[in-house]
Write a protein that binds this ligand. Structure first.
Ligand SMILES: [Zn+2]
Length: 208
């Protein structure tokens, strides 16, 4: 399998293209032409099986509607209302094209892509339906905007955010065996990433 990080506009969201027997992308950013062009460097975008969304914020998800009919789009059920709200907003001139998800996640699902398995973990706090995707064999965590490198963590002051839920989610994630952390913005952590999550939890506890 191949894992490719694509940094997408408008706010430099990390999107992760997974090329395995089945092909998937985690988050797509806000500019459909950009992400299609970026994917095309590695594969035919029409061969994508899944578009997994960590949450509905426009910088991660507003290009997703353009994949409707190409790939199955998956998002958590608690994110649907927030997504509808955002579809009326035009941010930086980018339109959030509304779409009906093909898969409504609840947490606990497992998607087998080949040697890669993605388990869905519901981690509310940054937004109500934020999820992380955990790869249990490689111990990889795709964490969206819930937890970042260098002891950082997601905002909880945006609509639908909840500080205590975020703290609970960080506590849950800190119990996972995580080797590599692939967050929704900025640097990835390769090796001993659980330490980094514990540091985020420690700092979050000082703020929340
Ligand atoms: Zn976000």
């Amino acid at each position: 399998m191949k894992l490719i990080r694509i940094v997408a506009p408008p706010l430099a969201a990390n999107c992760y293209l997974i090329i395995d027997e089945k092909r998937a992308i985690i988050d797509v950013g806000g500019d459909p032409e950009f992400i299609i062009r970026a994917i095309r460097k590695y594969m035919d975008p029409k061969e994508l099986e899944y578009v997994f969304l960590t949450h509905s914020h426009y910088d991660h998800a507003s290009a997703a509607g353009f994949f409707k009919g190409i790939a199955k789009i998956a998002i958590h059920e608690d994110e649907l209302n927030l997504m509808k709200m955002q579809s009326f907003a035009s941010v930086f001139g980018l339109r959030f094209k509304p779409f009906d998800p093909d898969i409504v996640l609840k947490g606990g699902e497992k998607f087998e892509l080949g040697e890669t398995v993605l388990e869905v973990i519901h981690t509310p706090g940054h937004s109500p339906g934020s999820v992380c995707f955990y790869e249990p064999n490689k111990k990889w965590l795709f964490s969206g905007d819930t937890v970042f490198a260098y002891g950082s963590f997601g905002r909880y002051d945006l609509p639908g955010g909840n500080a205590l839920e975020l703290l609970k989610s960080l506590e849950m994630l800190s119990k996972l065996d995580v080797e590599n952390l692939y967050p929704g913005h900025e640097d990835v952590v390769e090796g001993n990433a659980r330490e980094s999550i514990l540091e985020s939890l420690r700092i979050a506890k000082m703020f929340i």
